[in-house]
Design a protein around this ligand. Structure first.
Ligand code: IMP
Ligand code: MG
Length: 185
């Protein structure tokens, strides 16, 4: 396989500058709402790794960070429908605290729904959701994120942490993946 990332398969959707502006706006809202509470940001791995790293560096308030590993896609562009929570945060970080549950994208809402239940079971005082992207689709769970950077259509996107079959996470911008014969082609 060609070791280079084939960005010819990706149509740019959000530039690095647009992403920076979205992050600044979001960080301002979070600082306003959480500056006196030392919240815990719980980031869903692996997709939110780039987003959460960029976001917390724009939040000069006391906060904590922990992780949760959720997986439902495997090597597909359609969710398998079940969410596997493989790693959960330290209960001591979450118990009695206002939690900001961070993910790359809100699609069907299953991931955030399962993660929210887990965090409540661990004793979080409150759980609000914060996503880099919210897809404009009808959802069964988690209709809207409490905080979001951008709203997009139903296309399958990659880059800025989001992957297709494990690839493209390291693209610094966001793009629509051209799938041969697929929904995005
Ligand atoms: P949900 O559980 O259907 O809301 O899906 C959320 C998870 O699916 C996210 O954490 C992403 O990892 C993945 N996902 C959903 N849509 C996309 C996409 O367009 N590109 C890459 N990953 C996606
Ligand atoms: Mg993910």
């Amino acid at each position: 396989m060609d070791p280079a990332l084939d960005s010819a398969d990706v149509v740019p959707l959000l530039t690095e500058a647009q992403i920076r502006d979205g992050l600044e706006r979001l960080a301002r809202d979070l600082i306003r709402d959480y500056q006196n509470d030392e919240p815990c940001l719980v980031a869903c791995l692996r997709g939110s790794l780039v987003f959460v790293a960029d976001l917390i560096r724009r939040m000069p308030i006391s906060l904590r960070v922990d992780f949760l590993h959720a997986s439902s896609y495997g090597n597909n562009t359609v969710s398998s429908g079940t969410v596997d929570l493989r790693l959960v945060p330290d209960p001591n970080e979450v118990r009695g605290r206002r939690v900001i549950l961070v993910d790359d994208i809100l699609d069907s809402g299953r991931t955030l729904h399962a993660a929210r239940e887990k965090l409540m079971a661990l004793g979080a005082k409150e759980v609000k959701t914060c996503v880099f992207l919210e897809k404009k689709v009808l959802r069964e769970y988690e209709q809207k994120a409490d905080y979001r950077c951008f709203e997009i259509g139903h296309e399958f996107v990659v880059g800025y942490g989001l992957d297709y079959a494990g690839r493209y996470r390291n693209l610094p911008y966001l793009g629509i993946l051209k799938l041969p014969g697929g929904a995005n082609s």
